[in-house]
Design a protein around this ligand. Structure first.
Ligand code: C2E
Ligand code: MG
Ligand code: MG
Ligand code: MG
Length: 286
């Protein structure tokens, strides 16, 4: 069939490719404007200690308020920001914004609220992350001990020279490091031992499958055992149901981030949530 309609097929594909290329170009132009015009904003998802019901930390998550498309989620612009290098100024903006905001909350009585911020592997590849972080901490007066940078397994696997020195430098500044989406990449126990990691975040992909999948339950159990033996803190992402919460806490994970406790919140809703959690009004597992 393709033979007879070859020309038409070709024209079809090339038109489709053109359309995609111009859409991409448009998004790229839009991204530049977004940075200039401050169209990005942050949501904050609480991390809750399931035993005390208290908020232990919050993760900053970037959104794009697009003038015609509305709110665009990160999966739809981070990859392009990475390809174009815009992730560098964007990542710095996010860190600064999150530190300024969280510092204001800390000043309102929540001294030790921990802030999690995601970093892209491209930031490590193409910029001096410790220098950028040091600068932002100095500018914002944010306590490095309250900052946790979330990196992916890919960052550990990048062959760049000096990667572990770079992470060590961040650690020496007092910043903590978490491995995001743990279990979805290709790192292993031996890898983790080479890096100064404080915490692993069990990937939502595993939590989502329980209780239906015994296999995923066993994977999480193995991750917990590994984290214990390496003395790493552990948090589960993507906990949505009571049943998941119970299984996860029974396995010994007490720190929870997921829709069960809270979706990512706009800034103005964070302190009210933190206050309610401090007075134990947040539902606890029974
Ligand atoms: P992540 O860092 O693993 O963030 C957690 C994601 O899981 C968030 O999606 C959050 O809304 C979602 N989530 C949390 N709990 C649940 C749950 O119970 N159920 C379900 N279905 N989802 C849950 P979001 O905000 O769309 O972010 C997606 C990813 O985009 C993030 O995954 C992170 O990798 C990336 N990202 C977001 N903001 C930034 C940023 O500022 N910089 C960089 N480099 N990446 C970012
Ligand atoms: Mg502090
Ligand atoms: Mg994250
Ligand atoms: Mg994650």
């Amino acid at each position: 069939e393709a033979k007879g309609t070859g020309g038409g097929t070709f024209r079809f594909y090339s038109r489709e490719m053109n359309r995609r290329a111009s859409k991409r170009l448009q998004v790229e132009v839009d991204l530049h404007r977004a940075l200039r015009e401050q169209e990005f904003f942050l949501l904050y998802q609480p991390q809750v200690d399931a035993v005390s019901g208290r908020v232990s930390g919050i993760e900053a998550l970037t959104r794009w308020r697009h003038p015609s498309l509305g709110t665009v989620p990160p999966d739809q612009f981070i990859p392009l920001a990475e390809e174009t290098g815009l992730i560098l100024p964007m990542g710095e903006w996010t860190l600064r914004q999150a530190c300024l905001q969280t510092r204001r909350w800390q000043e309102q009585g929540f001294n030790d609220l921990r802030l999690g911020v995601n970093l892209s592997p491209i930031q490590f590849k193409r910029s001096n992350v410790p220098a950028m972080v040091r600068k932002v901490l100095a500018e914002t007066g944010f306590d490095p001990h309250d900052l946790e940078l979330e990196i992916t397994e890919g960052v550990l696997l990048q062959k760049d020279k000096g990667r572990s020195e770079c992470l060590r430098e961040l650690k020496n500044m007092g910043v903590s490091l978490a491995i995001d989406d743990f279990g979805t990449g290709y790192s292993s126990l031996s890898y983790l031992k080479h890096f100064p990691i404080d915490r692993i975040k069990v990937a939502q992909e595993f939590v989502r499958e329980i209780p239906a999948s015994i296999e995923h339950l066993e994977i999480i159990r193995a991750i917990v055992a590994m984290a214990r033996s390496l003395k790493l803190n552990i948090i589960a992402e993507g906990v949505e149901t009571r049943e998941q919460l119970e299984l996860i806490t029974e396995m010994g994970i007490e720190d929870i981030q997921g829709f069960y406790f809270s979706r990512p919140l706009p800034g103005e809703d964070v302190l009210p949530f933190v206050r309610r959690s401090a007075s134990r009004e947040v539902p606890l597992p029974t």
